[in-house]
Design a protein around this ligand. Structure first.
Ligand code: 6R9
Length: 679
C-alpha cells in the first residue's frame, strides 16, 4: 500500500473560519496536534494489522488471534466479507465491566440517569451495573435464551436499557433495540425479521407531557407476531411508571398483563438471585446486535455488527474523538434505539470506563434550558448531541444558555446530519464560550463508529466540515463511472478499505448487503452520501444521494412512507420527497393521487398522517400532504422526484432540467398552482 497523500496547508479559508484545538485540550490529549494525527494515520493505513493489534492489546481477550483485518469489497472477485481477528474470543460486556472493575473502577459511577422530570434521577457504579447485568443475563437464560438467539428490546432511555443490551452481550445473545418512539407495526416487523422470541419492554413512560403506552404498543406488536405464526416465549416488563413523577398535565397509561407471556422484570430478577451466569466467550465474528435502519427500497435493513471488531473500534473512536479522560462526565443525548446510543452511550464510553449521563426526556421539557441545566447539574465535560436539537435551542434567548454554568465543558460533538455553520458557531461561541472543541462526527449505523471526524486535540476545525478520516479509514470520492477522484472535488462518498467496526451483513439477506453497499461502485463500500473534499483534504458531507431523507437526524425511507400512504383506500399513488426545514433539517412532503371522486379533506389528511404514524412512527409523518391529480412521470413510468422536490421546496424560479421526457407536462403547472402554503 502506497503512502496516503494528504497535505495540511490550511490557507484556503479566511483565518476566522478555522478553529485551532483549544490550548488546554492540546496539552493532555491522546492525540496532540495535526502532525501526531498524521503520523498515526499513516501507520494505520500502511500497517493496519500492526496498528489495530496495538489498539486491541488495550482490551481483554480470552483467546488471542494473529489474524488482522481480512476483507473483500469487490463482488466481481468473490463474496463480499469483512473479518477482524478471526479465531479470537472475547466479550464486550466483560470488557466494559469486569475489566474496568479489575482496574479499580468498581465504585466509579458508570451511569447517571435523569428522568423526564428533573426531580427523577438515579445512578449506578460499575460494580452495581455489573450486578444488574449478571442478574438480568440469568433472567434471560432462565427464559431459555441462549447464545446466538435474538432478544428484542423496546425500552425508554433508562438504566435498564444498557443493562438489557449488556446482559445479552454477556451471554452471546444478539440484541435488537427498537426505538421506543416506533409504532407497534415497526416493532412487530423487527421482532419477526430478527426472529426474537423474547421481548423486553416497560409499562410506559412520558416524553415531555406526553404519555407513551409502551406496553400497549408491545402487546399489539406481539399480537401481530403471533398472528403470523411466530413463537414468542416471554415478554419481560419493567414497571417504570411507578417510580417516576407524573407530569402535571399527563395521564398515566393503563397497562394490561398477559398471564401467558408477561413477567415483571423485578420479580424475574428476584427469582434468579444467587444463580450464576458466566460470561460467554464469543468468537470474533459472532453477531453482537442487529439494528434496523431505513432502506431506500422500503423494508428496513437489519444491520449486523459483530463482537470484536465493533468492540475495538468503538473503544478507540470514543477514546480519541472525545479524548476520553478518567475524570470525564460524558453525556450523549441520543437514545439507545439508534446506533449512536449503541456505540456512544453504551459500548464505547463504558469500554473507556467513563461516567455516562443518560436522559429520558427531551431537550425542551419542562423548558428549553433543560440541556444547559443538566450540563451544570452534572458538570458535563463532553457533550454529544444532534444539529436538530441545536437548531431548536438556538431559536430561544441566549440567556437560557448563559444563566447556567458551562465551565465544565471541554468538547461538544454533533452527529446525525451535516451541521450548518451557524449552528456550529453557536455551539462554539455561545455554549462553549470559545473554549471548547466542536467536533462534527460523520458516521452511520453501517460504519459502527466515527469514520470522518476531527480529533479534538489535533484537528483544526472548519464549521460545517466533518474534516479528516478516522485512523484506518480511507475515504474515496467516486464519480458516476466508478472512478475515484484525485485531490479536491465532489463525488459519491465511498470507503476504499475495511476498518474493524464496519457492519458485516444485512441480517438474513446477504445479497441485499452486497447490492446496497457494494454494487454501485465495485471495489468500494458506498455510504449513500455525497461529499466534497477541499484543498486541505477536508471532507464536507453534502447529504444523501439516494432516496433516504434525514429528518431530525433520523434517516427515513421515502419508499416506506409511500407504502404506508397507499394503504389508505382513498390513495391510488403517493410520492414523498424531502423538503428543507429550519429545525428538522428536512421534512417529508407527500403528494397523493386519490381515487376518483375523493378530495383531500382535513379528515383525510389526518387519517393519512395517522396511517404513517401507525405503520412507521410519529417521526415519519409528512408535515405537508398535497393532492396530486397526476404525478410527473417519464415515459417509462418513473416518477420524476427531482421536479416534485422543487415544488416541495417552493423554488418557483428553479431550473427543472429536462422535462421533455415527461408524459404530461401540464401536471407540473397544476401542482404548482395548488401547492399549499408552507407554515
Ligand atoms: C450516526 C448516524 C447515517 C446518515 C449518514 C448521513 C447522515 C450522520 C452526519 C451525517 C453529515 C454528519 N449523517 N452524521 N451527515 N454530517 N456528521 O446518524 O447513523 O442513523 O445510520 O444515519 O446520517 O447521511 O449516511 P444513521
Amino acid at each position: 500500500m502506497s503512502d496516503y497523500k494528504v497535505h495540511f496547508d490550511l490557507n484556503v479559508l479566511p483565518a476566522e473560519d478555522i478553529f485551532e484545538p483549544p490550548a488546554p485540550l492540546l496539552a493532555g490529549a491522546h492525540v496532540r496536534g495535526l502532525p501526531n494525527y498524521y503520523e498515526l494515520y499513516k501507520e494505520s493505513i500502511n500497517n493496519p494489522d500492526r496498528f489495530w493489534k496495538t489498539v486491541a492489546s488495550q482490551l481483554y481477550f480470552e483467546t488471542d488471534s494473529d489474524r488482522g483485518l481480512e476483507y473483500n469489497f469487490d463482488h466481481r472477485k468473490g463474496d463480499v466479507f469483512i473479518r477482524f481477528m478471526s479465531g479470537a474470543r472475547s466479550n464486550i460486556a466483560y470488557n466494559c465491566l469486569e475489566r474496568n472493575i479489575a482496574k479499580g473502577l468498581g465504585s466509579k459511577v458508570a451511569l447517571k440517569w435523569e428522568g423526564n422530570e428533573p426531580a427523577d434521577s438515579s445512578q449506578v457504579t460499575y460494580q452495581e451495573l455489573l450486578d444488574k447485568v449478571v442478574a438480568f443475563s440469568a433472567v434471560l437464560r432462565s427464559k431459555g435464551v441462549r447464545k446466538g438467539d435474538t432478544v428484542a428490546i423496546y425500552l425508554p432511555m433508562i438504566i435498564e436499557l444498557p443493562v438489557a443490551m449488556l446482559a445479552c452481550a454477556r451471554i452471546g445473545t444478539i440484541h435488537t433495540v427498537v426505538f421506543a418512539g416506533f409504532s407497534s407495526d415497526s416493532l412487530a416487523t423487527r421482532i419477526l425479521q430478527a426472529k426474537a422470541k423474547v421481548l423486553v419492554t416497560a409499562d410506559g413512560c412520558f416524553r415531555g407531557n406526553k404519555p407513551i403506552h409502551l406496553k400497549m404498543l408491545a402487546d399489539q406488536a406481539v399480537g401481530i407476531c403471533l398472528n403470523e405464526g411466530h413463537r414468542m416465549d416471554s415478554v419481560i416488563v419493567l414497571e417504570h411508571l411507578k417510580r417516576v413523577t407524573v407530569p402535571a398535565k399527563a395521564k398515566v397509561p393503563e397497562v394490561l398483563i398477559n398471564k401467558d407471556l408477561d413477567v415483571f422484570w423485578d420479580q424475574a430478577v428476584d427469582s434468579v438471585r444467587g444463580v450464576e451466569s458466566p460470561v460467554e466467550w464469543n468468537e470474533a465474528e459472532d453477531p453482537l446486535f442487529i439494528l434496523y435502519t431505513s432502506g431506500s427500497t422500503g423494508a428496513p435493513k437489519g444491520i449486523v455488527h459483530t463482537t470484536i471488531g465493533y468492540m475495538v473500534y468503538t473503544y478507540l473512536t470514543t477514546k480519541l474523538s472525545f479524548d476520553a479522560q478518567p475524570d470525564d462526565i460524558y453525556w450523549c443525548t441520543a437514545d439507545c434505539g439508534w446506533i449512536t446510543g449503541h456505540s456512544y452511550v453504551t459500548y464505547g464510553p463504558l469500554l473507556n470506563g467513563m461516567t455516562v449521563v443518560i436522559h429520558e426526556g427531551v431537550p425542551t421539557y419542562p423548558d428549553p434550558s433543560r440541556m444547559w441545566e443538566m450540563v451544570e447539574k452534572y458538570k458535563v465535560t463532553k457533550l454529544y448531541t444532534a444539529p436538530t436539537a441545536v437548531r431548536a435551542l438556538m431559536a430561544f434567548s441566549k440567556d437560557l444558555v448563559t444563566k447556567h454554568d458551562r465551565s465544565s465543558l471541554k468538547i461538544i460533538g454533533t452527529v446525525g446530519e451535516p451541521i450548518n455553520p451557524s449552528a456550529w458557531k453557536w455551539l462554539y461561541h455561545v455554549v462553549g464560550e470559545d473554549k471548547c472543541a466542536v467536533v462534527d462526527t460523520y458516521w452511520q449505523t453501517e460504519t459502527g463508529g466515527h469514520v470522518i471526524v476531527p480529533l479534538p486535540g489535533a484537528t483544526p476545525t472548519k464549521p460545517g466540515a466533518a474534516t479528516l478520516p478516522f485512523l484506518g479509514v480511507e475515504p474515496a470520492l467516486v464519480d458516476h463511472r466508478g472512478a475515484a477522484l484525485e485531490g479536491p472535488g465532489e463525488g459519491n462518498l465511498c470507503m476504499a478499505r475495511a476498518w474493524p467496526g464496519m457492519m458485516r451483513t444485512v441480517y438474513g439477506d446477504h445479497s441485499r448487503f452486497v447490492k446496497t453497499f457494494f454494487s454501485s461502485f465495485p471495489g468500494y463500500y458506498f455510504t449513500g452520501d455525497g461529499a466534497r473534499r477541499d484543498d486541505d483534504s477536508y471532507y464536507w458531507i453534502t447529504g444523501r444521494v439516494d432516496d433516504l431523507m434525514n429528518v431530525s437526524g433520523h434517516l427515513l425511507s421515502t419508499a416506506e412512507i409511500e407504502s404506508a400512504l397507499v394503504l389508505h383506500p382513498d390513495v391510488v399513488e403517493a410520492a414523498v420527497v424531502a423538503a428543507p426545514h429550519d429545525i428538522k433539517g428536512q421534512f417529508p412532503y407527500a403528494f397523493v393521487s386519490l381515487v376518483n371522486g375523493k378530495s383531500l379533506t382535513d379528515t383525510l389528511i389526518a387519517q393519512l398522517k395517522a396511517t404513517v404514524r401507525e405503520k412507521i412512527g410519529a417521526l415519519a409523518m409528512p408535515d405537508i400532504i398535497q393532492e396530486a391529480p397526476g404525478l410527473p412521470k417519464t415515459r417509462s413510468g418513473k416518477i420524476t422526484r427531482r421536479i416534485l422536490r422543487k415544488i416541495a421546496e417552493g423554488d418557483k424560479g428553479a431550473d427543472l432540467g429536462d422535462t421533455t421526457t415527461l408524459i404530461d407536462q401540464s401536471v407540473i403547472v397544476q401542482l404548482w398552482s395548488t401547492r399549499p402554503a408552507v407554515k
